[in-house]
Design a protein around this ligand. Structure first.
Ligand code: HEM
Length: 213
């Protein structure tokens, strides 16, 4: 194979994969799709639990919430698999080491909460022994025998974990905005697809680099 073609193929792989200093396209796309999905799921969850029996969305809302919840779980599993196969870009900025550890702990907590929210949602929906229809495409079967009061208990866990998740997401987003607007480093921009230079400053755009020197 000509060397040029080999180089092009490698470029494409580097574009998809994370490196030591930047997120690749796969991580970036999954991060933002999941962010939208999670905010949508939370808003729908709040909305649908306030509806009365005769509202047209009384049944439609929970059906959609369950299907989107299963989609979120599938994306989460894909994301964790991809993460295990890629380097994690090192933190940028001049924060002390303990702040990097807090940020990493928040990322870990977000993954754990998402998993726990998906499992508790599954337990609510399958408590009566019935599976979950996902977008009329397939049915995710109930795998546990019905347990008394399982729906209520799992429901309480699901609700409170969702509140904690949204609190942590707000903290996480504020930290990203602090990096951008106060520290002027490339933490947010590299998650938006603009590569950071080796020193953690913006790459490519010379105006921004000038601003920071
Ligand atoms: C539901 C919403 C969100 C969830 C669940 C979430 C979750 C995560 C997780 C788990 C990571 C770590 C990636 C990894 O290395 O595995 C991450 C990274 C990141 N997120 Fe989010 N995120 C959300 C929304 C947001 C929002 C709204 C912003 C910006 C305003 C944001 C900005 C970032 C940035 C900049 C990084 C990279 C951090 C770094 O380089 O150290 N995220 N996100």
């Amino acid at each position: 194979m000509p060397l040029e073609r080999v180089a092009k193929g490698e470029d494409r792989i580097m574009f998809l994969r994370n490196t030591e200093s930047n997120y690749g396209a796969v991580t970036i796309v999954i991060h933002w799709l999941m962010a939208l999905l999670i905010i949508g799921l939370f808003a729908l969850g709040l909305y649908m639990t306030g509806l009365d029996y005769y509202h047209p969305w009384y049944k439609k809302g929970p059906d959609l919430h369950r299907s989107l919840g299963v989609l979120m779980l599938l994306m989460l599993l894909l994301r964790l698999l991809w993460r295990s196969l890629n380097p994690i870009p090192r933190p940028l900025g001049r924060d002390p080491a303990w702040m990097h550890r807090v940020a990493a702990a928040v990322h870990g907590a977000l993954y754990l909460l998402l998993l726990a929210i998906a499992v508790s949602g599954y337990l609510i929906s399958t408590a009566d022994g019935r599976g979950i229809p996902v977008f009329d495409l397939f049915i995710l079967p109930a795998m546990l025998p019905p347990v008394e009061q399982m729906a209520d208990r799992a429901g309480l866990v699901h609700q409170w974990l969702a509140y904690i998740l949204i609190g942590l997401v707000a903290l996480h987003a504020l930290a990203a905005l602090k990096h951008h607007f106060i520290d002027h480093d490339a933490t947010l921009m590299r998650m938006l697809g603009r590569p950071a230079a080796m020193d953690g400053r913006f790459d490519i755009d010379t105006n921004t680099s000038k601003e920071m020197t």
